[in-house]
Design a binder for this molecule. Structure first.
Ligand SMILES: [Zn+2]
Length: 452
């Protein structure tokens, strides 16, 4: 809407349990989207909410016999720990539902004033979907054969049960001590109104992009649209982006199927590299079903290693130079990668272009044809791509000496023992040309990389 800026809202986690890898597939797709927009020069404001009060959080805290806020606190902490492990960049803000009750109540009042909200006999306030002509426009759902006045109070339900849904839920015993005393009555917000209130508070009544998992399209996003557009009379969101489901070894993931994984399961219990998990979950197009397999995770680990090794090779490269050839490869991969990502985040094609480039550039290094300066340019290119992918990290020069450099240092030590100062000095010059500085100290030989 505004030149150079993107405002996006992302349905965040419901913090009743550890988020599973299906949830993180969504968060990673959103991270990739945001990173790509930033790569293209947009200034992105991303809001991701934390659902810390809804049917599931209340049920889970009751089951464990601890207060709601204490229950959700542990999962909020775990969520951020997992986000960091997966190198997901922080959103601009993480508003919590429990901290935005007044905004939700205001929205409910507006809907009642406009005749979209009404109080049911149970004291809850419902949204009259028959009054909102566009109801179903996102999921292409036709409102037919609806029983007049049929209502649904639970947060989640199927299309077959499309009914007037709860904006504000009057307190009942199952809520225990979770309630707010407001002008809407004693109770708590419905899940859908939470996202309408928080997104519009931070991004305005109309914003650019709203994302989420495909499961959220109905009823959650459909209801968000109905509430928001009914209240403001304006278009709520310009672009909706939904990621498809995740399967595990070809089957639906579920605790009862024994194929349910959280990030902590993969990283802490099974000792997988979280960055390999990141790479794997990112590498399929977001609108395609993704089949998580441990074979795939192994392949992802290898892909990340190839990228990292390549970065190390670039730091060591010191060939004679190849001029135009590398320049053409660089502009070719920039074009292919960029066009693929611009085309609805077509990451499989972008990655294929990247690995083609790696193969070609590696051959140049093998042939001693990539000069130090050319390698630095390629390094910069790769660092740029990694702002998008987030899997390489900083390949520090200090991390590793090449085998060649190690052998030279070893040889030089032998020359020095043999008091062949001329040879030792030649090797020192040779290392210097590779960007390695040698110092002879009382404790023996020390080396460091020359600062660029
Ligand atoms: Zn939401």
């Amino acid at each position: 809407m505004e030149k150079g800026k993107v405002k996006m809202y992302t349905c965040g986690p419901t913090v009743y349990d550890y988020a599973h890898i299906g949830n993180f597939r969504a968060f990673l797709f959103e991270d990739l989207l945001r990173r790509w927009l930033e790569y293209r020069g947009f200034q992105v404001t991303q809001i991701m909410n934390l659902t810390d009060v809804d049917d599931r959080t209340i049920a889970a805290s009751k089951e464990q016999g601890i207060p709601l806020s204490e229950h959700t606190k542990q999962y909020i902490e775990a969520f951020f720990e997992d986000m960091d492990a997966l190198n997901i960049q922080r959103a601009s803000r993480y508003p919590r539902a429990t901290e935005h009750i007044p905004e939700m109540v205001t929205l409910v009042r507006k809907l009642m004033e406009k005749g979209y909200g009404y109080r049911g006999e149970d004291g809850s306030i419902y949204f009259k979907i028959s009054k909102f002509k566009d109801y179903g426009k996102l999921s292409k759902f036709k409102v037919q054969n609806l029983k007049a006045g049929a209502r649904v109070k639970v947060d989640e339900y199927d299309k077959e049960q499309a009914q007037d849904f709860a904006l504000w839920k009057a307190w009942d015993e199952s809520d225990g001590n979770v309630y707010w005393e407001t002008e809407a009555g004693k109770g708590r917000p419905g899940w859908h109104i939470e996202c309408s209130a928080m997104s519009m508070k931070y991004l305005g009544e109309t914003f650019d992009i709203h994302t989420g998992g495909v499961d959220n399209m109905f009823p959650h996003h459909e209801n968000e649209i109905a509430q928001s557009e009914a209240a403001t009379g304006k278009k709520f969101v310009n672009y909706w982006m939904h990621n498809e489901h995740l399967l595990v070894e070809g089957k639906r993931m579920g605790k009862r199927f024994g194929n349910y994984y959280t990030v902590q399961d993969l990283v802490k219990k099974l000792k997988h590299d979280p960055i390999a998990v990141r790479y794997l979950l990112l590498s399929t197009h977001y609108r395609q079903q993704f089949n998580f397999t441990f074979e795939g995770l192994e392949a992802a680990k290898n892909a990340v290693e190839r990228l990292r090794n390549f970065m190390h090779r670039l730091l060591d490269a010191n060939g004679r130079g190849c001029g135009d050839e590398i320049r053409q490869l660089v502009s070719g991969v920039e074009k292919r990668f960029g066009e693929a990502m611009d085309n609805d985040l077509n990451i499989p094609v972008a990655l294929a272009a990247l690995f083609d480039f790696l193969r070609d550039a590696n051959s140049l290094i093998d042939a001693g044809r990539l000069s130090r300066k050319e390698a630095q340019e390629v390094h910069r290119l790769m660092t740029g791509f990694d702002h998008v992918l987030g899997v390489i990290g900083e390949a520090k020069k200090e991390e590793k000496l090449s085998k060649e450099a190690e052998a030279l240092i070893q040889q030089r030590e032998e020359d020095r023992k043999a008091k062949d100062w001329k040879k030792a000095d030649d090797i020192r010059q040779q290392l210097r040309a590779m960007g390695i500085i040698i110092e002879d100290t009382a404790q023996g030989v020390r080396w460091r990389f020359e600062k660029n």
